[in-house]
Design a protein around this ligand. Structure first.
Ligand code: LP5
Ligand code: MN
Length: 253
């Protein structure tokens, strides 16, 4: 009995290699797990559930549905690029949407799951943007715009985000340590698994007399990784066909 965790796949029709890797992972690796948790940014971006019927999106939803029908439960969390996923998308994947953060009892170990962007509190421009677009009234208004216009706006935003990221330091775009400590304290010192920063690693936090493991998942643009948890261990899972530069992330004490 084990569960798998992945994030930041950024799937889109323009990245066929990543899509092939994802398909192989879902068909050959994921079926042995009792649950697959996708911790945000499954898609490069998600403009709304009325975009479900493109050939590419049907391919992805059918792949996840086949996994769920085989018996592996599929859980999907919002990322900063696909937080407009709603129940139609979840139904198409036979998946359950998870809130961010969410705490599980994972084979006896309390485990907190998050995408991770909310922990990047030094990135004040991003946090201000996040507050705006996570507002339900803003989302209702945005989803009322015709789909092609929404996609055009998102493409513009992607370009702006990429340009701004050139001028942000790596430190600013990482999680803030106080924010990490805050969430660990608020949830009674669980194990934490998150993605978003694209800096896969295993961190060990010593806090208030507790030891908390923080596992950061990698993105699938340059390599691909998955975390495997069972009752006795947590370890990186090999992904067949992953690019050669994919190495198991370091443990940082
Ligand atoms: O995604 P990634 O890792 O490359 O960068 C993120 C932050 N950028 C984003 C933007 C997304 O990548 C764009 C796609 C989102 C689709 C969402 C659909 C619905 C919204 C549509 C709105 C038109 O999340 C980046 C972080 C980085 O992570 C590291 O943490 O730095 O943040 C930015 O670059 C954001 C800028 O700093 C601020 C942008 C302000 C833009 C204001 C335009 C207003 C648009 C309307 C909003 C109300
Ligand atoms: Mn992200």
């Amino acid at each position: 009995m084990h569960s798998l965790f992945i994030s930041d796949l950024h799937l889109c029709a323009q990245r066929p290699d990543t899509t092939r890797l994802f398909q192989a992972f879902i068909r050959h690796t994921a079926p042995a797990a009792e649950a697959l948790y996708i911790l945000g940014d499954l898609f490069e971006y998600w403009a709304g559930d009325d975009d479900l019927d493109t050939a590419f999106h049907l391919e992805i939803t059918q792949t996840l549905r086949a996994l769920a029908e085989h018996g592996t439960r599929v859980f999907i969390m919002h990322g900063n690029r696909d937080f407009l996923m709603r129940k139609e998308l979840a139904a198409a994947c036979h998946a359950q949407l998870l809130p961010d953060p969410v705490k599980l009892d994972l084979y006896g170990t309390p485990t907190l799951l998050s995408h991770g962007d909310a922990l990047c509190t030094d990135d004040t421009a991003y946090q201000e943007f996040r507050r705006q677009v996570r507002d339900s009234t803003w989302q209702q208004q945005f989803l009322a715009i015709p789909l092609p216009q929404r996609k055009a706006q998102i493409e513009g935003l992607r370009a702006q985000s990429s340009a701004e990221k050139q001028h942000k330091s790596m430190d600013i775009m990482d999680v803030n340590l106080q924010a990490v400590h805050g969430i660990l304290q608020a949830h009674a010192y669980p194990r934490l698994i998150h993605g978003h920063t694209h800096r896969p690693a295993h961190h060990v936090h010593h806090l208030d007399g507790h030891t908390c493991d923080r596992w950061v998942l990698g993105d699938w643009d340059t390599h691909a990784n998955a975390l495997r948890c069972d009752a006795n261990s947590v370890r990186w899972e090999n992904i067949p066909g992953a690019p050669a530069q994919t190495e198991h992330p370091l443990t940082l004490l």
